[in-house]
Write a protein that binds this ligand. Structure first.
Ligand code: 0L1
Ligand code: MG
Length: 260
């Protein structure tokens, strides 16, 4: 059964209130098993428009999620998804994160793309993405599910803007011709200890392939958009005082510090 516009607004309101009040809620699909992927994107869009109406907020790009097998296994979901990024989600590398401002914060390392010229959606390919990309750089994505126990169906997590809670940009911006992102190595450290390692190919075989999928899904990407291509490994749960860094072979290092 299709959900009405009023129900979509109500479901978006539940997620918005959970985020604002830093409390988790039951999965939307528990009360609305008819919530499908298309309707979930409508819920996501509703809240993103609400976010854009906030002071100083603007669209900055997209996030891809569940593009690696490690992430799909960690979350028990078997398909990729996408969410929307606004300026308020950009978290400066030098600013400590107050983990108490989030419900159950996690972080994961990603390869980010800065799109240099408009990319058409229908015909987007891996090569086309690389040709349209101004540069690639390393990022850490801060995640926070608004659902109880960080558990959800695919539709639930899409409605929740793919658990987006922040993006830390770091390292160096390299032209796509200057680095093979598929072979780019990454070492993930928590408080200086190695917790995981991966190569770019962990993301859909090639991070640019994931971005091409996104471009086809959303009908094209505009020049200036930032796209984070999805976590290379399972995420790390954050705690006060923790320092997490992702060191890439050529792209450099990006670090997130949590406030004590
Ligand atoms: O960026 C992501 O992979 C988010 C997908 C949703 C699952 C999660 O919250 O980790
Ligand atoms: Mg992510």
């Amino acid at each position: 059964m299709e959900l009405t516009t009023a129900t979509i607004a109500a479901l978006a309101g539940e997620l918005h209130a959970a985020e604002a009040e830093r409390r988790s809620i039951p999965q939307l699909s528990a009360a609305h098993p008819e919530l499908d992927v298309d309707t979930a994107y409508a819920v996501q869009r509703h809240n993103f428009e609400r976010r854009l109406a906030g002071p100083g907020e603007s669209f900055v790009g997209y996030k891809l999620g569940l593009t690696s097998r490690a992430k799909q296994l960690a979350m028990g979901v078997t398909a990729p998804l996408w969410g929307r990024l606004s300026s308020g989600l950009l978290h400066a590398e030098e600013t400590p994160l107050d983990v108490g401002s989030l419900i159950h914060p996690r972080v994961e390392s990603e390869i980010a793309f800065l799109i240099g010229r408009d990319l058409e959606g229908a015909t987007a390919t891996t090569a086309g993405v690389l040709a349209a990309t101004e540069g690639v750089f390393p990022a850490l994505e801060i995640l926070d599910s608004r659902y109880d126990d960080f558990r959800f169906t695919l539709a639930d997590v899409i409605a929740d803007n793919a658990s987006a809670a922040g993006v830390v940009c770091g390292g160096r911006l390299l032209e796509p011709g200057a680095v093979d992102v598929q072979l780019e190595g990454m070492v993930l450290r928590r408080d200086g200890e190695v917790v995981d390692t991966a190569a770019g190919a962990a993301v859909s075989g090639h991070p640019a392939a994931a971005v091409a999928w996104l471009a086809r899904e959303v009908g094209g990407l505009p020049a200036g958009a930032i796209v984070i291509s999805g976590g290379l490994t399972a995420p790390v749960t954050l705690a006060p005082g923790m320092v997490v860094s992702a060191e890439f072979t050529h792209l450099g290092t990006v670090t997130l510090r949590c406030a004590p």
